[in-house]
Design a protein around this ligand. Structure first.
Ligand code: CO
Length: 167
């Protein structure tokens, strides 16, 4: 009697576990598809009305195959007057990309179209806005990279280094 009751309890426990787990597994695998980026591969950088980024050095370990980069704008000025984006290029290319981007104009996001020198780029945002991109780190490890804002006149102040650190 004692054994039987134990077995029944075990069966009930297993049934309960199965019932409780099934929907959870579904939800968790759906979440995994959307949020598969490890914490150390997710970066956030903020910008403001004073034409500044809040960081001048960003880095991720080479174990990050994909980087999630969130750009925030803590100011209140419109994107037509104090717009910011986050653009990644080789350090040797970034000034040329910024100058050509300026000429490309706002509809092009202040970036030359279909340009391989642009390794990653967010949309231009204004005060109170935020935007997130994901990009691959393939081929970036150990390279001398610069991030900057390509809004006209911003890149000389709004820039920093980006590293994919080889361990
Ligand atoms: Co800017």
């Amino acid at each position: 009697m004692k054994t039987r009751s134990k077995a029944l309890t075990l069966r009930l426990a297993l049934a309960t576990t199965a019932l409780a787990t099934l929907p959870f597994v579904g939800a968790s695998s759906a979440m995994a598809e959307e949020e598969s980026i490890p914490e150390e591969c997710a970066l956030t950088i903020s910008s403001n009305d004073q034409m500044q980024f809040d960081q001048s050095e960003l880095a991720v370990p080479a174990s990050c195959s994909t980087v999630s980069l969130t750009l925030e704008h803590s100011g209140s000025m419109d994107k037509t007057t104090m717009g910011h984006n986050w653009v990644l290029a080789a350090t040797e290319d970034y000034e040329d990309v910024a100058k050509e981007g300026m000429q490309a104009g706002p509809d092009a996001g202040y970036l030359p179209a279909d340009d391989d020198r642009v390794l990653a780029a967010t949309d231009v945002i204004g005060g109170g806005e935020s935007t997130t991109i994901e990009f691959s780190t393939e081929g970036l490890a150990g390279k001398d990279l610069t991030f900057f804002c390509s809004f006209p006149g911003h890149y000389s102040l709004m820039k920093g280094t980006f590293q994919v650190t080889e361990s």
